[in-house]
Every structure is written in C-alpha cells, then in structure tokens.
Write a protein that binds this ligand. Structure first.
Ligand code: MN
Length: 362
C-alpha cells in the first residue's frame, strides 16, 4: 500500500473519529471537506441484504429461533420493524446511499396454507412498496414470494417489478421440500429471465435435520448449515441445467457466495468424473460466473473478498450488510479499507449492483 493511501486512510479515520491530524487540533474548512470526501470513498454504497419485519410475519421469523442464541430473534424485531429514522440514521452515519429491503425469512414459505401464503406475500410487498414510495431515493425492495405456488410466485414477481418498482425477488431456501431446480419452477425461471431481475437466494433450513448436525446446535444455522444448504441450492440449479434452459436468469448468493468462490476449480475438475443425471453444456465455473452474483453480507474479510473477486469476477461481487443481524459500522468500515483497488472497491460497493438492478438515481 502506498504511503499516500496510508495517509489518506489515517486522515479519513481521524475524521470519522472526530479528531484532527493537524497540530493544534484544528482543520480548515476545505481540508475537512477534502477529508470527508476521503471517508466517502467509494463514491456510493448500495446494500442488498437488508431486512425488515411486519407484525403479521413475526410468527414465521420465530422459525429462525432454533438457529440462533436464545432471545436474539426478539431483540432484532424492533430494528427490523423500523423503516424510518432509526434505519435511515444508521445508513446516513455509515454512508449507505441505497438499501434494497427484504422481509426477514423464512416468511410465508413455511405457511402450510398456500392460498394464505400467496395472499400474505402480496400484502408484505404492498407494505414494502409503500415504504419505498416514501423514500424512493433510499429504499428499493426484493419481492417476498410464496414459492408453494410457482405460477403465483412468477405473477407476483412481475407485479412487484413492473408495478411496484422492485429490483428483484428474495427466496429463503426450499419450500415444502422443493428446490428451485424442480421443473415445476420452470414457469418461475422463465419469468425471471423475461423480467431480467435477479433472485436473491437467502439461507433457510433444509426439509429434514441431517444427522451430521446431531448434538451440534452451533453448526445448525449461520455458522455452517446455512452455507452448506444455500450453496447446494445454487449448485442444484447449475447441475440440473436450469441455466441452460434459462440462460438469462441470475441469482444472488449472500455471505461471500456461501463458500462457492473457493470451490470453483474443484467443481470443474471433479464434475468430469462425477455421476451425472443431466449433462450441462459448460463447466460449472461458466455458470457460476454468468448466472451467479454474490454479496459480501456477513463476511468482512479481505482474503475471502480477494478470492471472490478473482474466482467469480470483479463484476459479480456486491456489498451488503445483512442488517440488523450484522453490524453496519463493521461492514462499511471494512469495505472502505479493504485491500483492493479503488476501481474494484467502487464496483463492489455500488457499480455492480446499480448495473444489475438498473438503479439510476445515484
Ligand atoms: Mn440475511
């Protein structure tokens, strides 16, 4: 790292901390404004895995209680439920210009009554759209979808994108034991391709409790099982040929790609000797780079980011926090100072997301 960059980062850190680098402790107005701009590097920040909650869905949120420390879910309900000053103050304090909001999972995907799930998903999306309309320059949205009914989910995604100005959809893992490569979801993927919007595959629990997690509750959830589950979900789409049938469909994975970036070489190498049910047209890496984008949510780690940029491509990595489950300051301080080029930093922080989701007002 150059001395100049070190100096600027030190200066930016001082501005953040409210201290001055200069002897005497005063800064001229122009120097202060220059340093404030340093703090603002990258030029913009867009965050994509930022959750909210509505009272009608808190019962579904408690499904997640089994994966987390006792009482944690109750603690996050208050920050999740705020669309106003508390959320905006945190965004402002840490320089997040635009947040694409999503209902905290699993939501209606665990509702046993399909008609009720479809109805409640529409309600959640209408409520989110109302909040987006109040602050169109700050909030976007990912549609909440009742995946029990693939046709209804496709129609709702279209309504949310075309009428409610949302940026795509979010799906929380499997639904009723069905994964997204099931041919019943072809109607959904066809619509995703037509609409040219991404679908964020957010972690959820699998339909059964695998024996390998027996007596290891710490591995059941964000420490490990969600990465294995969500990564497998994405790989099912690759190996089933879903992306051969719908080449324009794009998904987003959080948590630095749920371990995928480090696996790419081996996926290609061992696919050649694997038993296969469907012969995909290209090697796995080809689909990973074309159809899968990832976010940095919950992984504030330079080594993991370097790997993601190098293996997935610099256009496929996007910043996120995972608010309020992760700390906004930790995530934004990290991306400002991560050991990557400023060109890469701008791509990750906002340019890739703006291009993918056609966010033009920034
Ligand atoms: Mn999340």
């Amino acid at each position: 790292m150059s001395d100049r960059r070190n100096f600027l980062r030190g200066a930016a850190a001082s501005v953040v901390a409210g201290t001055s680098l200069l002897a005497g402790g005063t800064l001229s107005a122009s120097a202060a404004s220059q340093l404030a701009q340093v703090k603002l590097k990258p030029k913009r920040i867009i965050a994509l895995e930022e959750h909210f909650m509505l009272p009608e869905f808190e019962g579904y949120l408690h499904e997640t209680q089994q994966n987390l420390k006792s009482g944690l879910v109750d603690k996050v309900v208050t920050p999740l439920s705020d669309f106003g000053q508390r959320r905006l103050d945190i965004m402002d304090e840490h320089g997040i210009d635009f947040a694409v909001l999503s209902l905290s999972g699993p939501g209606v995907q665990i509702e046993p009554d399909t008609n009720k799930a479809v109805r409640l998903a529409r309600y959640a999306n209408d409520r989110l759209a109302a909040e987006m309309q109040k602050r169109p320059t700050r909030y976007g949205g990912f549609a909440h979808l009742a995946m029990q009914d693939p046709q209804a989910a496709a129609d709702e995604l279209e309504r949310c994108v075309r009428q409610l100005q949302m940026q795509g959809g979010m799906i929380n893992g499997e639904t009723n034991g069905l994964y997204l490569d099931d041919r019943r979801y072809d109607v959904f993927w066809q619509r995703v391709e037509e609409l040219a919007v991404p679908v964020y595959i957010h972690p959820g629990n699998p339909p059964d409790y695998p024996h390998m997690y027996a007596n290891h509750p710490e591995m059941w959830g964000p420490v490990w099982s969600w990465a294995a589950e969500t990564c497998s979900h994405a790989l099912r789409l690759v190996f089933s040929g879903t992306f051969d049938r719908f080449p324009g469909a794009k998904i987003i994975l959080g948590h630095m790609g749920e371990t995928l970036p480090i696996q790419i070489w081996r996926l290609d190498s061992r696919y050649k000797i694997a038993n296969t049910k469907y012969e995909i047209q290209h090697l796995p890496s080809w689909y990973l780079r074309r159809n899968i984008m990832l976010t940095t949510s919950g992984v504030c780690d330079d080594a993991a980011l370097r790997c993601a940029l190098d293996s997935m491509g610099e256009h496929n990595v996007m910043f996120s926090v995972d608010y309020p489950f992760e700390d906004t300051k930790t995530a934004t301080d990290w991306i400002r100072n991560a050991n990557i080029s400023d060109s890469e930093r701008n791509k990750v922080a906002w340019e890739n997301a703006a291009a993918l989701m056609k966010i033009q007002h920034l």
